[in-house]
Design a protein around this ligand. Structure first.
Ligand code: HEM
Ligand code: NAG
Ligand code: NAG
Length: 319
């Protein structure tokens, strides 16, 4: 008797669970591609300290290396543009799982950096709240907090992304190049639902951080190694502000991909007016940058029961 009532209770529970799972699946299917299903309060109940922990690790890291905030936001960009914001950029080569890392494609090889800080954030979060916070969310949160720490705007990034277990080398090979013409940059952004304003605003992240001289408009000077570093923003190198656009109007930005947004034949009707706007108003730039970062962070997240919450940044759970 007792056993059968327990059974029927269990049966009813599993029916309810099945119904709940169905609703989740329906929600997540409808949500794919534009970030619906993410929420800025996602970890409030399960790990309320998330934000403070991420901030503390980045703060400690930037005392030693002022470049870290710039390096971290770039990781979120290179993650989000390849298979969506799924943390796949973090995965290392792994024969057993047939994973070929995205870290060796031209846009990342000897260029993407800050992975050790991501490891430190992941470790700190696993200590506080094991198995709760995805690596994809760590990248999104780290990007936001990095900008804020460097003097830029803050926004409340929606969370709830889950981690992918595969990489996509073909797509990673197609990341925007500093030598892409404007039409190609337009296309690469448009394919992900990002418009001209997003393109101009997001490239404004070149207000801080460094570039190798081999990627700059002037290339390297005699005797300089191809990998020698120069500031992306020569005026306020570590500060997140709108000086990038003023530099651009004076022809003093570093990358050809920055300059084409002003000088390409199609720029006058598309990107150039937006550059003038942002150069004239830091507030306008900040507002648009925050909105574009949320849009970029919404690219095809894995949610619901897709993907997993990895227990470390560099490999899937089952390794
Ligand atoms: C339009 C497409 C873009 C192109 C072609 C581009 C290209 C580049 C290149 C060539 C570098 C220097 C890399 C090196 O020298 O190793 C760089 C650095 C950087 N990029 Fe971009 N980028 C683009 C968009 C973005 C976006 C959307 C963001 C962020 C929202 C971003 C943030 C950064 C930052 C912060 C750095 C400095 C990183 C550091 O110092 O470690 N970039 N970018
Ligand atoms: C990465 O860059 C270095 C130096 O430019 C080069 O020697 C190496 O072959 C590159 N790795 C890959 C996988 O392309
Ligand atoms: C920059 O200079 C190096 C060495 O002179 C050369 O090999 C490379 O092709 C140049 N890059 C560009 C984009 O012109």
């Amino acid at each position: 008797m007792a056993a059968s009532s327990r059974f029927s209770l269990a049966a009813r529970c599993s029916l309810l669970l099945t119904a709940a799972a169905l609703v989740l699946v329906l929600l997540s299917d409808g949500a794919h591609g534009h970030g619906a299903g993410l929420s800025s309060s996602f970890y409030d109940g399960s790990c309320a300290g998330t934000r403070d922990i991420v901030r503390r690790v980045i703060q400690d890291a930037r005392v030693v290396d002022a470049r870290i905030p710039a390096s971290l936001i770039r990781l979120h960009f290179h993650d989000s543009f390849v298979n969506g914001c799924d943390g796949s950029l973090l995965l290392d080569d792994n024969l057993q799982a047939a994973i070929m890392t995205e870290k060796n494609v031209p846009a990342n090889n000897r260029s993407a950096r800050g992975f050790n800080v991501v490891d430190d954030i992941k470790r700190a979060l696993e200590n506080a709240c094991p198995g709760i916070i995805s690596c994809a969310d760590i990248l999104a949160l780290a990007a936001e907090i990095s900008v804020e720490l460097a003097g830029g705007p803050s926004w409340t990034i929606p969370l709830g992304r889950r981690d992918g277990t595969t990489t996509n080398i073909k797509s990673a090979n197609n990341l925007p190049s500093p030598f892409d013409p404007l039409q190609t940059l337009h296309e690469k952004f448009r394919n992900l639902g990002l418009d001209d304003t997003d393109l101009v605003a997001l490239q404004g992240a070149h207000t801080f951080g460094w570039t190798q001289c081999q990627f700059t408009q002037r290339n390297c000077t005699a005797g300089q190694r191809a990998g020698a570093l120069v500031n992306l923003d020569g005026v306020t190198p570590d500060v997140f502000d709108n000086k990038y656009y003023g530099n651009l109007l004076q022809g003093r930005d570093q990358l050809p991909s920055d300059q084409v947004m002003l000088s390409d034949p199609v720029a006058a009707a598309t990107t150039a007016p937006i550059i003038r706007r942002f150069s004239g108003s830091q507030q306008d730039f900040f507002r648009n940058f925050a909105a574009s970062m949320i849009k970029m962070g919404n690219i095809s997240p894995l949610i619901g029961r897709d993907g997993e919450i990895s227990n470390q940044a560099r490999a899937p759970l089952y390794i």
